[in-house]
Structures are given as structure tokens and as C-alpha cells.
Design a protein around this ligand. Structure first.
Ligand code: CDP
Length: 214
């Protein structure tokens, strides 16, 4: 059992789960952990070392450096690191190395009031007892549009069609892996943000939290 309320947000790539998680944390005065950033950090370290993110050996070799590494935001959020993150995330030992950090945060968040974690396996593996679980998704076309806007602002020349393909591949890898596959927990509420702007999506998520936490 968690000592404080935990909000578990899982969902597909570019579904808006990170934005929703940050907004909920701010509204409720809880601490937020972006667990995707943990896998992205491992991936960035593998790429920096010239390693192969699909290699168990290369991924495990960088774990000792994980604790003392801060990756600049632009590098962490790049498409290359996102893709590599979904490859290192397949490796069970990488997931195991990041497990305790996530459960400790959920039980003892720095502010002590509550925790919001977002990722792929929060409601199923990391915090299966969380009183609030939300699974966020949107159509692949809309998610590719959102990713296109983000990447275009960073100067990327990727087209909408290229991003649709990349997101399809990522969803298939995240949902099809053996170790903690992305899936909606049985007691999670589905939130489809295809036709929702940020404000409406956050309001819908807040209503789910209030209904669950009372
Ligand atoms: O922002 P976006 O949805 O593109 O990705 P992210 O949440 O930063 O996660 C990057 C990758 O890390 C995902 O594609 C997953 O493969 C992996 N991940 C995971 O396996 N488990 C988590 N709890 C969080 C992320």
C-alpha cells in the first residue's frame, strides 16, 4: 500500500499524458515523476557511448553512470532518443534497474503529499495499488500531428506521414514486449484526447481524479 495518494498515468506515445500528469501534480500539490525520462536518459547514454540501444550488454554498461548523469532537455526529447528509449525499455534488466527508484518516489514523494507518475507500466507494474489510474491515448494521426508540431519547432524536417509510421512502430514495440508491456490496467479509466485541447484534457483527467479520490 502507498503511504500517500498516487495517480498513475499511462498511455501511448505523444498522447498528452506528460502534460496531463504535470497539470494534475500542480493542481493537487503532488510531485510528478516523468518515468519516460528515465528510459530516455539510459538511451541517451547508450547513444553517446556509440552503443546499440537494442543490446542488453550496451544498455547495462551505462546504468552505473545513470545516477550521476543529467542529459540536456533538447537531447533528452529528441526523436532519436525517444526511439532508442523504447528499445532499451524492452530489456528486462534495464526495467529492473529503474524499478526501486520509481516505487520509492511513489511511496515517499519529496513534498510528502502525493505522487503523479506517468509512463507505460505505472498502473500495471510500478504502482498496481494506485487509487487513480488513467490510460491516455488519441488517434495515431492526431498524435503524429502533435509530435510534428513539437519537432518542427526544433527544426526537424520529418513529415506527418513519417511520424505516423514512427508512432505505429513505437506503439507496437511498447505494447508487444514481454517485460511490462504497455497496456491499460483493468481498473484504469481510458481518456481519449483526440478531440480534446490541453485544457479540456486536463479538466477531464481532474474529474477522474476527484471521482476516485473523493
Ligand atoms: O513522450 P513519449 O510518449 O514519446 O515517450 P516517453 O513517455 O518519454 O517514453 C519513451 C519510451 O520509454 C517509450 O516509448 C517506452 O518504450 C519507454 N517507457 C517505458 O517502457 N516505461 C515507462 N514507464 C516509461 C517509458
Amino acid at each position: 500500500m502507498s503511504a500517500v495518494p498516487v495517480i498513475a498515468i499511462d498511455g501511448t506515445a505523444a498522447s498528452g499524458k506528460g502534460t496531463i500528469a504535470r497539470a494534475l501534480a500542480a493542481k493537487f500539490g503532488f510531485d510528478h515523476l516523468d518515468t519516460g525520462a528515465l528510459y530516455r536518459t539510459v538511451a541517451a547514454l547508450v547513444l553517446r557511448a556509440g552503443g546499440d540501444p537494442a543490446s542488453r550488454e550496451d544498455a547495462l554498461a551505462v546504468i552505473p553512470r545513470f545516477w550521476s548523469s543529467t542529459i540536456p532537455e533538447a537531447e533528452l526529447r529528441s526523436a532519436a532518443v525517444g526511439e532508442a528509449a523504447s528499445q532499451v525499455a524492452v530489456i528486462a534488466e534495464v526495467r529492473a534497474a529503474l524499478f526501486d527508484l520509481q516505487t520509492a518516489f511513489a511511496r515517499h514523494p519529496p513534498g510528502g503529499r502525493g505522487a503523479v507518475l506517468d509512463g507505460r507500466d505505472i498502473g500495471t507494474v510500478i504502482c498496481p495499488d494506485a487509487p487513480v489510474k488513467i490510460f491516455v491515448t488519441a488517434s495515431v494521426e492526431e498524435r503524429a500531428r502533435r509530435r510534428w508540431r513539437e519537432l518542427a519547432a526544433l527544426g526537424s524536417a520529418k513529415t506527418h506521414e513519417m511520424l505516423i509510421e514512427e508512432i505505429r512502430i513505437r506503439d507496437a514495440r511498447d505494447g508487444g514486449r514481454l517485460a511490462a508491456p504497455m497496456k491499460q490496467a483493468a481498473d484504469a479509466v481510458m481518456l481519449d484526447t483526440t478531440d480534446l485541447g490541453i485544457e479540456a484534457a486536463v479538466a477531464a483527467a481532474e474529474a477522474i481524479v476527484r471521482a476516485r479520490l473523493g
